[in-house]
Design a protein around this ligand. Structure first.
Ligand SMILES: Nc1nc2c(ncn2[C@@H]2O[C@H](COP(=O)(O)OP(=O)(O)O)[C@@H](O)[C@H]2O)c(=O)[nH]1
Ligand SMILES: [Mg+2]
Length: 210
């Protein structure tokens, strides 16, 4: 009885916090460096090829894009962080808006943080993960574009990242990691299962049969 992510519908792109819908229900946001694969992951998750615009020009998704699911649940495509080729003033504005969203949005329950499996754990990634865990958010790390590596290298990278995060984070209780490919669907079930648990209103504590 997982959620239906195919019904996701674009609501709006917010340029600032005032344009966001009411701060109620549950939001799970996708974050990561520009070009990490956020939009592609949302497209794969929802089975909609062009739900979130994917771009070959990094740094173009500079709005907070919201998508509705059933029951006042929403997916959020955040502007990518740390892309150098954008004007400094523009970058600073977005960094500020991003931080404000993360700090002030009460309905934000979890972050999905994408890191290119070939270039994981950059400084901004680590501070983002650290910040989210300290703010008591659930965090799922997607090591994206896993199709770019062979099976062995993929597993190696995941183990390395796991170790780095164990060392650098105070607690990894609320942290999960999987490899992910928007191209071949690797990790998509893991992602769905993670999201199902965030959106679930009354998590069943014990086994309930019948
Ligand atoms: N091979 C491969 N390429 C990907 C994957 N996900 C994204 N890309 C490519 O990476 C680039 C950036 O993707 P996009 O989703 O726009 O990243 P965003 O900036 O984080 O939203 C695009 O050229 C995508 O086609 C993946 O799983 N495998
Ligand atoms: Mg994007």
């Amino acid at each position: 009885m997982g959620f239906n992510y195919q019904i996701a519908k674009y609501i709006l792109g917010a340029a600032n916090l005032k344009q966001l819908p009411e701060d109620e229900g549950i939001e799970v946001a996708f974050a990561g460096r520009s070009n990490a694969g956020k939009s592609s992951a949302l497209n794969r998750l929802t089975g909609q090829r062009s739900l979130a615009r994917t771009s070959k020009t990094p740094g173009r998704t500079q709005l907070i894009n919201l998508f509705s699911l059933q029951d006042n649940n929403r997916l959020v495509d955040l502007p990518g962080y740390g892309y150098a080729r954008v004007a400094k003033s523009v970058k600073e504005h977005w960094q500020k808006t991003l931080i404000q969203y993360l700090q002030k949005r009460d309905c934000l329950k979890a972050l999905v943080i994408l890191m290119d499996i070939r270039h994981p754990c950059k400084e901004m990634d680590l501070s983002m993960i650290n910040w989210a865990l300290n703010a008591d958010l659930k965090v799922l790390v997607l090591l994206s574009k896993s199709d770019k590596l062979k099976h062995g290298a993929r597993k190696d990278s995941q183990r390395k990242v796991q170790k780095i995060l164990e060392e650098k984070m105070k607690s990894i209780m609320n942290l999960e990691i999987t490899t992910f490919s928007a191209l071949n669907g690797d990790g998509n079930e893991f992602l769905k299962n993670f999201l199902d648990r965030q959106f679930e209103k009354n998590p069943i504590s014990g086994e309930e049969i019948g």
